[in-house]
Design a protein around this ligand. Structure first.
Ligand code: NAD
Length: 463
């Protein structure tokens, strides 16, 4: 762990295993609540001066972090592959480390200047944005480093200090990231405490933490919200999704297949805003299914360290068992497996790309978030009711409409109840566009100026 700029060792360690092989690739220090207290105290001390550091210096420090990530991009990518499983190639760990550097540079350049709301003979009113204090960050195992960057960079850019707790499945890249950050930041500005879920619970109840930023499941998000109430912590919650994709009858199956495929299966489907329910009009249903199956059978999946692979394993046993369970349930309820449909024998948590046709609402694979390499394909006939049907789900992270008529697709996309809606693509995010969920998928947004504002409080000054 890194606390107050120094390495901190633990008494106990948890093995971290490569999900492609089962091999131990490192060990996670089992931090205690005493370690957490020390980290929060260090962050509170650092806040005294970091919050008053000139904006230009904080901007420069954020660029220096980005440069560190660039300099160590390959090392970090290899760590991510080792602990997370995603391949070095394709939209895998090199993509994640390059994205982390790019995101950090972009966030460094964002500004939140004071605004003048009124300046006339009745007086002057100014709006200032101030850092909140100590930010507690809790991250998941699917994009461990990118999400850490999404949490840490806007926090430190705006003058906050941070204590981050990565997922116990993928702590190694975050520990190294924070170590690199500490080469360019004053001690205590960013600290990492690793350990069991209980450390996360202790963070959200901690009186020394002023804001929580959390990316993970809805169930954990609710717990964090509950325990944050006592100390009235500010919250940004990026939670689960069950994104619908709607294919209109005028879409060209050949043209859209690849976009749908990667929209659903980037990171082997373990992505919050992946396409997780596909609705296809009856008139082109079979053709769309055929195109998708052809793609699935030609995309190499395997050990991430092998450069030819572009899809990796499921990250952990619990998630693997969940995917197995949802597919078995769908089969038992009349789902027709078009390809895949059973675990791959041999080492690692490998489950092939799987399409399940002829399922509908009421089947768990459709109603719940699968978070894995399986996509249910739902047949529909009635265009007038398809938006209501897609919206009939508690999640609200992303959604997409696929059509030859972009204007018509955009009008329908606007009716989807979700934080991000795409036309003829799915899941594409960028550092200048706010991203967040509605309904059960979260509270608040990340990225861009809107995201930066979440790390500030407003002070209105009347003079
Ligand atoms: P998870 O909720 O199980 O764990 C996330 C983190 O929370 C881990 O670090 C874990 O140790 C910690 N945690 C567990 N119990 C806690 C508690 N009681 N209090 C505080 N922290 C606790 O989620 P996961 O399985 O790691 O990630 C998968 C989920 O994350 C999926 O639902 C996915 O959709 C979601 N996700 C959302 C986004 C988004 O931006 N909306 C991005 C990535 C993942």
């Amino acid at each position: 762990m890194i606390i107050d700029g120094k390495q901190r060792w633990a008494r106990d360690y948890l093995p971290v295993k490569n999900p492609a092989t089962g091999e131990e690739v490192g060990r996670m220090p089992m931090g205690s609540t005493a370690d957490l207290d020390d980290a929060v105290e260090a962050a509170r001390r650092a806040f005294q001066s970091w919050s008053l550091t000139p904006d230009a210096e904080r901007k420069q420090a954020c660029h220096a972090i980005a440069a560190k990530i660039e300099e160590h991009a390959e090392e970090l990518a290899r760590l991510i592959t080792a602990e997370q499983g995603k391949p070095l190639s394709g939209p895998g760990s090199r993509f994640e480390s390059a994205g982390s550097a790019g995101w950090a540079h972009y966030t460094a350049d964002l500004e939140l200047s004071p605004e003048v709301i009124q300046d006339n003979n009745e007086g002057r009113v100014e709006l200032h944005r101030k850092p909140i204090g100590v930010v507690g960050s809790i991250t998941p195992w699917n994009w461990p480093m990118l999400i850490a960057v999404w949490h840490i960079l806007p926090a430190v850019r705006t003058g906050n200090t941070v204590v981050i707790k990565p997922s116990p499945y993928t702590p190694l890249s975050t520990i190294r990231l924070v170590e690199l950050m500490n080469e360019v930041l004053p001690a205590g500005v960013v600290n990492v405490v690793t350990g069991p879920d209980e450390i996360g619970a202790a963070m959200s109840a901690h009186p020394g933490i002023d804001k929580m930023v959390f990316t993970g499941s809805i169930a954990t998000g609710k717990k964090i919200m509950g325990s944050s109430a006592e100390t009235l912590k500010r919250l940004t919650l990026e939670l689960g999704g069950n994104d619908a994709g709607i294919v209109l009858p005028d879409a060209d199956p050949k043209q859209i297949a690849e976009g749908i495929f990667w929209g659903a299966f980037i990171n082997t489907g373990q992505t919050c805003a992946a396409l997780k329910r596909l609705y296809v009009h009856d008139s082109i249903y079979d053709e769309v299914c055929r195109e998708l199956v052809t793609l699935a059978e030609n995309v190499p999946m395997g050990d991430g360290l092998d450069e030819k692979n572009v899809l990796g394993p499921i990250q952990n046993e619990m998630q693997f068992n969940r995917v197995v369970e949802l597919v078995e349930d769908a089969k038992a309820r009349g789902g027709r497996v078009l390809t895949g449909g059973a675990p791959r024998p041999g080492a690692g948590y490998f489950y092939p790309i799987t399409f399940v046709a002829d399922v509908d609402h009421g089947v768990r694979l459709v109603d719940e978030e699968q978070f894995g390499p399986v996509l249910p394909i739902i047949r529909y006939h009635d265009l007038d009711t398809i938006i209501d049907k897609a919206n009939d789900n508690p999640h609200g992270l992303g959604g997409s409409v696929w059509s030859a008529d972009v204007q018509k697709a955009r009008d329908l996309a606007l009716q989807l109840e979700c934080g991000s809606a795409w036309v003829n693509k799915h899941g594409a995010i960028q550092p200048n566009a706010p991203f967040g969920g509605v309904k059960s998928s979260g509270i608040g947004v990340e990225f861009g100026e809107e995201g930066l504002k979440e790390y500030t409080t407003v002070q209105t000054v009347y003079c």
